[in-house]
Design a protein around this ligand. Structure first.
Ligand code: AMP
Ligand code: ZN
Length: 102
């Protein structure tokens, strides 16, 4: 997707530190953190939102990555959230899971 901030980060068109990467997804620190640690876990495939997910194995893979990231970042207590749709607060139309830890 050409006009997508997360695709641009993945394609190195926008500089950002990728803190985790595997075959399916990558993770970055949120630019506007709402907790001491605020990480975004993002599938490499451009999928607009949870509503467009066809293969639910993706969700399993994303949560599997979250467990690895949390171990790496020494996060044991955290919230995860997914905003789906503009009126629910989704600003970037590329699926992502927030990890929030204080
Ligand atoms: P959402 O509101 O669920 O769509 O979340 C989008 C998140 O992406 C927000 O928390 C933004 O702060 C974050 N964000 C937007 N642009 C960037 C960027 N270039 N690098 C890191 N995080 C970003
Ligand atoms: Zn995208």
């Amino acid at each position: 997707m050409t006009d997508c901030v997360f695709c641009k980060i993945l394609n190195k068109e926008i500089p950002s530190k990728i803190i985790y990467e595997d075959d399916v997804c990558f993770a970055i620190n949120d630019i506007n953190p709402k907790a001491k640690k605020h990480i975004l876990v993002i599938p490499k495939e451009h999928i607009e939102s949870l509503n467009e997910v066809q293969d639910l194995n993706l969700i399993k893979d994303l949560f599997s990555a979250i467990k690895k990231i949390n171990k790496m970042e020494n996060i044991t207590a955290f919230k995860t959230h997914i905003n789906t749709g503009k009126s629910a607060g989704q600003e970037v139309n590329h699926l992502h899971i927030h990890i929030l830890a204080n």
